[in-house]
Design a protein around this ligand. Structure first.
Ligand code: ATP
Ligand code: MG
Length: 451
């Protein structure tokens, strides 16, 4: 039997003693993992910004990263830390319209939760923070939730937040507003929120802000001059999870749930996560299941199966939607880079994709900014946000010979205008039943059509 990785905790050798635990991994978005790894520095930097106050740039932060990079759980952790320090936390997401209304609701909920904000006459059933109760002037005393929402929406977020901040300040505490999915913010609401936050910042009021967004927001929200508050926030790119952290991120939950993982199996798993915490959870979850842990030790075969399963799920949940977020020319550039493997310089990409210099340059810039590719010297390579498997599949290329297949795809699908830029690309997927290629534009909705 292979040696189990040498943890010093004697409980690690307990094996199946005690009640068997459920699967200790959390392969679902937004769920705090049982072992939260690789984020100490980030949490420390943002945390010390919050402690320092509005003068610190990190008092206003935006977390950027690809799908599944762990933005939401960092937000959750920061909220938990702030709450346990007696802060008033307002947590909303901007995935759908109605953000300002949701902030309004969160403020209302806060008045029901924090004693310092509670109406004087109904304070008995409230959750008590470490601060003494105090009246919040004009904050809906004796009114129903509907009255309150209606009235205060008209009064405006800025007024409400200012009042809330003054109460917090008088009680030596602060407010933390977190906005997840910032990339989806409605432009109009984004501009209003940006202006209101800018105002609170100018006034030096204690309202800290942490947003989380897909990296694509760098080219949209953070580039919008009318949302300058977000641009001025400290930007944190969520770092990849390294191998050392992955060893802990997979080994520790197994051990804590009274399971065992063999040394070589753990090493293989940790080396295959591609920096992604989501993939780490998927590998751990599937390895546990395949091995039949905690009854049986997780061996290298179980990890092997788990890696294949995780690849498929990451492609489906992260790769395909990320690929479909791109424009046609960006998709072709990405495919060109994948086909060229290590030799993807700008001239080589121009040659492979048959697109002109300006189109390729603009696409490369955006792909780097949004975290799909990295530049190393003259060459570009994929980051793992979209795997080559997804590219072959989405463009209908032959995985056995993607270079030849991509060349055919380009020849068939790109109509070159006289200056040499790509005018329109067609889907060009091969339809087995019709024995023909699709003639619709790349990224079309619905099924493929041959005529
Ligand atoms: N630091 C970490 N250590 C261990 N697991 C993590 C860590 N960060 C995230 N995870 C796990 O990764 C998965 C994805 O995390 P999360 O939902 O926070 O990603 P996200 O960046 O918000 O994704 P999306 O862009 O789709 O909203 C979850 O299963 C979570 O438990
Ligand atoms: Mg999220």
């Amino acid at each position: 039997m292979s040696k189990v990785l040498g943890y010093t905790d004697p409980m690690s050798t307990v094996g199946i003693q005690g009640a068997p635990k459920d699967n200790p991994f959390s392969p679902a978005f937004g769920v705090l993992p049982s072992a939260f790894v690789g984020r100490d520095e980030l949490l420390h930097d943002i945390g010390s910004g919050l402690l320092t106050g509005p003068a610190d740039r990190s008092y206003y932060s935006v977390l950027m990263g690809n799908r599944g990079s762990g933005k939401t759980v960092v937000l959750t952790e920061m909220q938990n830390r702030a709450m346990s320090d007696g802060w008033i936390v307002l947590s909303v997401d901007a995935a759908t319209d109605g953000l300002l209304e949701r902030v309004n609701q969160a403020i209302y909920q806060a008045t029901q939760t924090y004693e310092i904000l509670a109406p004087l006459d109904t304070s008995s059933s409230k959750t008590v923070t470490r601060h003494k109760g105090m009246a919040y002037r004009g904050f809906g005393f004796g009114r129903s939730e509907a009255d309150y929402t209606d009235l205060d929406l008209k009064r405006g977020l800025r007024g409400q937040m200012s009042n809330l901040a003054e109460i917090a300040q008088a009680n030596e505490t602060s407010i933390l507003l977190t906005v997840d999915e910032l990339q989806g913010i409605d432009r109009e609401e984004g501009r209003r929120l940006s202006n209101d936050m800018q105002h609170l910042r100018r006034e030096g009021l204690p309202v800290a802000f942490i947003g989380a967004a897909l990296s694509e927001a760098k080219a949209t929200i953070l580039a919008d001059k009318r949302m300058s508050f977000f641009k001025r926030c400290e930007q944190y790119d969520i770092p990849d999870i390294g191998v050392a952290d992955a060893l802990v991120g997979i080994g520790q939950p197994v051990r804590e749930a009274q399971g065992q993982i063999e040394n070589d199996a753990l090493k293989l798993a940790a080396h295959q996560i591609d920096g992604s915490p989501y993939k780490m959870q998927l590998i751990g979850y599937n390895a546990w299941k395949v091995a039949g842990a905690p009854k049986h030790s997780i061996d290298i075969n179980a990890v092997d199966v788990a890696i294949s399963a995780a690849d498929g799920i990451v492609d489906r949940d992260i790769g395909v939607p990320s690929f479909n977020d791109l424009s046609e020319t960006e998709q072709l550039c990405l495919a060109g880079i994948a086909v060229l493997e290590g030799d993807a310089t700008a001239p080589a990409i121009i040659d492979t994709t048959k697109m002109n210099f300006h189109t390729v340059k603009a696409s490369l810039l955006r792909l780097v900014t949004t975290g799909y590719i990295v530049q190393d010297g003259d060459a570009y390579s994929l980051t793992g946000a979209v795997s080559d498997r997804v590219i072959w599949q989405q463009l209908g290329l032959n995985p056995a010979n993607p270079a030849v297949s991509f060349n055919e795809h380009i020849e068939h699908s790109v109509e070159i205008v006289s200056r040499g830029s790509a005018k329109r690309t067609v889907c060009n997927k091969w339809m087995e039943r019709a024995k023909a290629r699709c003639i619709l534009s790349t990224g079309h909705s619905g099924g493929c059509r041959s005529k």
